[in-house]
Write a protein that binds this ligand. Structure first.
Ligand code: SF4
Ligand code: SF4
Length: 438
């Protein structure tokens, strides 16, 4: 029989679980409860299961594991909760305990093998990560071949993966600016502000963003420098550790956090700009992961989402007319995790000619959630279908988002439905508008 209660000190604490008054106001905000209509797949149900263990009535078991891993970690329940329950942190700690307890069921074994390979071997190793990403990057560098591969009738899973590879077309103007040298050496260096310098910022490059979204990094640098920021790409930075943390893998997540903190704290920076919502949310919470260590507090205090930072700094350079209709998809880790909603919309409102049509539920998860679309394909597909229905209602030509996972999930879903809607990052759209000659 499994040992009752949790192991060690890193586990959901009773006082945090007790903040839940069981009011149920979060239930309808929860995508898994909405679809499954089963209490253990709701935030309240998951808190109840974690509390049973915290009270020592049962041990960490397969039932707890199943319902914690069926959660998207979208944190919509945090926004809905009037009692301030920090569900995201409880979930991370609960999953950490599941992982500490080893192979608690045959179904967990496959996951643990995947986890050991993906999160313990590949993610902490930039070299190995880039080698594995090479085929996707090669396709991305050959847009014609990528478009062809994405229209092939491949088996479902493979088709989904190929359709997730971001299309990264640069306009002639953007290529000309990049060819001047400054942006193309973004992988490590200092890119000067255009005109009078207003701030000195560090750009967080990350793993998936650095590998498959280098076009978004280039766009972010062009937008930042145009608005008076000197951009520093510090050497020695790597993956933020979010995927490890969400998979209950705290030890490596903490090591990755420490190495990023050391890399960025070597520079004098006004802000650390992050253009991936999931990474930004994790980096703003490094201090929690590292027990309030003073360096991590300074670091986390400087982390800003790119849209949040630019909106607060104020645009110096006026965007040009971009005649199109768009809709904005709130990334969960930006809206619910960082409470950043108004700032990206404020930037979009400054693009002349852009008509922004809101979806009925723009801050509802798209089903990507890290590797959820791989581990819970059916549920992820149903959640995505709701999102695509809402996008169709807006009749938008483009969906603007701020997270790589959402961008890939939405692009694959839109292709599958033959919807002619482009997915782009907020920084790409601003950059596009800047590249238009007045
Ligand atoms: S994080 Fe999202 S999926 Fe998980 S319980 Fe909260 S609302 Fe539901
Ligand atoms: S809204 Fe908050 S307090 Fe109410 S059931 Fe959900 S988590 Fe508990």
């Amino acid at each position: 029989m499994a040992q009752r209660g949790y192991i060690g000190t890193e586990h959901p604490k009773l006082e945090d679980l007790d903040r839940c008054t069981r009011c149920g106001l979060c239930e309808q905000a929860c995508p898994t409860y909405r679809l499954l209509k089963f209490e253990p797949d709701s935030p309240r149900g998951r808190i109840f299961l974690m509390k049973e263990v915290a009270e020592g009535r049962v041990g960490v078991n397969a039932n707890l594991a199943q319902h914690l891993y069926a959660c998207l970690g979208c944190r919509a329940c945090e926004t809905a909760c009037p009692s301030g329950v920090e569900f995201g942190k409880l979930l991370e700690l609960g999953r950490h305990q599941v992982e500490l307890h080893g192979d608690i069921s045959p179904e967990r074994r496959g996951w643990r093998l995947f986890r050991a390979f993906a999160f313990e071997r590949i993610l902490p190793n930039p070299w190995l990560f880039h080698v594995l990403m090479f085929p996707a990057r090669l396709l991305q560098a050959l847009p014609g071949l990528l478009a062809c591969a994405q229209s092939l009738p491949l088996p479902h899973k493979l088709r989904q993966l190929v359709r997730m590879i971001p299309r990264a077309n640069r306009s002639r103007d953007q290529r000309e600016v990049d060819a001047q040298g400054e942006v193309d050496r973004y992988s490590s260096g200092v890119i000067s502000a255009r005109g009078k310098q207003r701030a000195r910022v560090g750009l967080f490059v990350g793993c998936v963003m650095g590998s498959l979204f280098s076009h978004v990094h280039r766009a972010t640098i062009r937008v930042l420098t145009r608005n008076g920021c000197e951009v520093v790409v510090v050497p020695g930075q790597w993956c933020c550790g979010a995927l490890n943390l969400h998979a209950g893998e705290r030890k490596r997540a903490a090591a990755m956090a420490r190495s990023n903190i050391a890399a960025f704290n070597r520079e004098r920076l006004d802000a650390i700009v992050v253009n991936s919502a999931g990474c930004g949310a994790t980096m703003k919470e490094y201090a929690d992961l590292l027990d309030g260590d003073s360096e991590s507090v300074i670091f986390s205090g400087k982390v800003k989402d790119a849209g949040e930072f630019l909106s607060e700094l104020g645009l110096l350079s006026k965007p040009q007319r971009l005649k199109t209709t768009g809709t904005y998809q709130d990334a969960c880790h930006l809206a619910h995790g960082q409470r950043v909603r108004k700032q990206p919309r404020a930037l979009l409102a400054q693009i002349p000619g852009l008509t922004l049509v809101e979806m009925p539920h723009p801050d509802q998860c798209c089903g990507a959630a890290g590797v959820y679309n791989l581990t819970h394909g059916d549920l992820s597909g149903k959640i995505l279908a709701e999102k695509l229905d809402e996008i169709a209602l807006t009749k938008a030509e483009l969906v603007v988002t701020t997270n790589p996972g959402c961008a890939m999930q939405l692009q694959a879903g839109l292709m599958e439905r033959h919807m002619n809607v482009r997915v782009c990052h907020l920084m790409e759209l601003l950059d596009e508008s800047y590249s238009i000659r007045p």
